[in-house]
Design a protein around this ligand. Sequence first.
Ligand SMILES: NC(=O)c1ccc[n+]([C@@H]2O[C@H](COP(=O)([O-])OP(=O)(O)OC[C@H]3O[C@@H](n4cnc5c(N)ncnc54)[C@H](OP(=O)(O)O)[C@@H]3O)[C@@H](O)[C@H]2O)c1
Length: 278
Amino acid sequence: MNKNWINNKTVVVTGASGGMGKGIALKLITEHNCTVIGIARSEEKMKKVVEELGENASSFSYKLFDVSSEQNWLDFANELKENGTKIDVLINNAGILPKFDRFQNYTVEEIKKAMDINFYSAVYSMHALLPMLLESDSPAIINVDSSAALMSLAGTSVYSASKSALKALTESIREELRGKCYVGIICPGFTKTDIFRNQSESDDKAQKALNMVSTSCERMVKMIMSDIKTKRPLGVHGFDAAFMNYFGRITPVQGGRLFSAVMKASKLPLFDPVFKDK
Ligand SMILES: NC(=O)c1ccc[n+]([C@@H]2O[C@H](COP(=O)([O-])OP(=O)(O)OC[C@H]3O[C@@H](n4cnc5c(N)ncnc54)[C@H](OP(=O)(O)O)[C@@H]3O)[C@@H](O)[C@H]2O)c1
């Protein structure tokens, strides 16, 4: 396996303004001489990425749009065509984590929003960009999924549904494109990023507990880059993800109960909406 296949590629990375997406974009540019087109909504955060890149900033450009709109992807694909920009790799990484809660406490709007950002964004991007990707000598699609796709827990129904849909979709596409395009799925466990911002604003204990079980963003990005370099079809990273992978396959029902028991025993207010009756 040529681990340098990613060198000098033009890569589209969604969610490149923060967290793992930013880490992946920085590594692609600084270690692999890639040209990265980052996509996210916040210009302020994108400007910080440019700043951080310093002398490598010319290898990074960004587009500000909401990945959950099909029209935005069609416009982006047209712009690439009009400018004659060729792309080799698409990394669907942008995502949101709805608050831990019981299914019936989410509004249908919140559920649709999670599906739109975590699942449909990848449907739209792949639909719009696949013909262009397949013109590359070395095309690739990497979808950043989640351990939540490996096992559904109480309190994560909506997030797990969106990530399971992404996993199922990607697995079919991986097989359909075998030999023509590298398609990878990456399932990180808890990782220290801003994704938890809505979970625990008034809950310091929860923040500490999440930090304890989370992998550092830097380490996770390193593992993701290793998946990409070796064209791994499925990456499962973090000890929590390894547990969920095991229990999700071997004993999903008992496993679900075990995780609920652990969450209840933690007595974290974070999980109160899931386990406490009002
Ligand atoms: N952190 C974890 O524990 C963990 C675990 C498993 C899987 N994951 C998955 O890993 C991926 C990255 O997560 P992260 O932890 O790095 O999250 P993060 O720090 O919150 O970053 C999310 C990125 O996605 C972008 N984004 C969110 N909604 C968007 C939208 N509608 N349109 C365009 N961009 C959007 C954000 O940019 P703007 O705000 O600028 O739009 C940001 O750049 C997600 O798919 C997440 O589900 C995370």
